[in-house]
Write a protein that binds this ligand. Structure first.
Ligand code: NDP
Length: 310
């Protein structure tokens, strides 16, 4: 069985950037796309904050270009999911969902994170038509319009204060009578005059056919229902890093994000590097994911050189 120099798991900006660097360093990387080739950008419309695209670019188009660039230098892109790994030791073993065993001297993890959704049908129906999980990506399209944010953690607080700079009114739906967000973020929300916090409030339905027109909500203390007119519905109830397959072998924080050593992409296992949203719960941008993907490929190349594998 061939032992690949570098296997990359994941196909968002981090994975493809790692592939571009690894391929150009002649590592002949093999990249497994996973279940959602292209990652979270595939559910985004216009990306206007990625440098180099002055007119913006559609998320799926951008990921197609990342892929073409990775393939141009010889990345072997495989449309399969890695479902099991054994990363300890010099030869890393990975298994695809169809049961094929893959071996590698180094592994770059770029499995990303997935936004959590409420799971109601109207949310899915209006996805990308006003329903979004990323204010920094999509908030600009609702400049001058009233919007709703659901959630009460740091992400929701951050998204609400970000949107409050663009929108006349931001309605924040909090399902309890307190917020989980850090005190400083809560204070920021409270001090922002155009954020209205709706306590004890749950979403019943996002209203609209072709675009969001409003949100039907229910006060869970009084059971009273009402409609908030709004043009966008931002879901900010947390993200889940896609790191379950690594079990306890890799160090993670208490929410499952992989822990990397300072100023590097190194994990606790030699030869295994982590990049993108699987290890970043703070910035979570395409450009930062690409940056850490680059770091992971450079770290993998150095590791292989030190081991005299290349
Ligand atoms: P959290 O898990 O901290 O918060 C999720 C929020 O969503 C909670 O308030 C929760 O409510 C609410 N929620 C969950 N499910 C539902 C639902 N079905 N309906 C309504 N509300 C719901 O996620 P975050 O993404 O906010 O934060 C994740 C981590 O990242 C945290 O550790 C946070 O501190 C960190 N972070 C740090 C930032 C920074 O430092 N700048 C920025 C963003 C995040 P409830 O409280 O009732 O459970």
């Amino acid at each position: 069985m061939d032992i690949h120099n570098c296997v990359i798991i994941g196909s968002g900006p981090a994975g493809y950037t790692a592939a571009i660097y690894a391929a150009r360093a002649n590592l002949k990387p093999v990249l497994f796309t996973g279940q959602e080739p292209g990652g979270q950008l595939m559910i985004t419309t216009d990306v206007e904050n990625y440098p180099g695209y002055p007119d913006g670019i559609m998320g799926p188009t951008m990921m197609d270009e990342f892929k073409k660039q990775a393939e141009r230098f010889g990345t072997d892109v495989r449309y399969e999911l890695i479902s099991k790994v054994e990363l300890e030791g010099d030869v890393k073993k990975l298994w695809t969902e169809s049961g094929e065993e893959i071996q590698a001297h180094s592994v770059v993890i770029s499995t990303g994170a997935s936004a959590k959704w409420l799971g109601i049908p109207s949310e899915e129906k209006l996805m990308n038509k006003g329903v979004s999980a990323c204010a920094v990506c999509d908030g600009f399209f609702f400049k001058g319009l009233d919007v709703v944010v659901v959630g009460a953690g740091d992400t929701a607080a951050e998204e609400a204060t970000y949107l409050a700079k663009l929108c006349p009114k931001v309605h924040m739906l909090v399902r309890r009578d307190e917020m989980r967000a850090s005190k400083i973020m809560q204070d920021r929300v409270k001090k922002t005059e155009n954020i209205e916090v709706h306590w004890n409030t749950e979403t019943v339905e996002v209203l609209g056919e072709e675009e969001v027109e409003g949100v039907k909500v229910k006060n869970n203390k009084t059971n009273e229902e009402s409609v908030i007119p709004a043009k966008a519905f931002f879901v900010a109830i947390g993200h889940k890093p896609n790191t379950q397959i690594f079990g306890d072998a890799l160090d993670k924080d208490d929410t499952g994000y992989l822990i990397t050593q300072a100023d590097s992409s190194k994990t606790n296992i030699a030869g295994v590097f982590a990049s993108g949203d699987a290890q970043d719960k703070v910035y979570r941008q395409a450009v930062t994911a690409a940056g850490t993907g680059c770091m992971a490929a450079l770290d993998a190349e150095r590791y292989l050189a030190e081991k005299e594998i290349i």
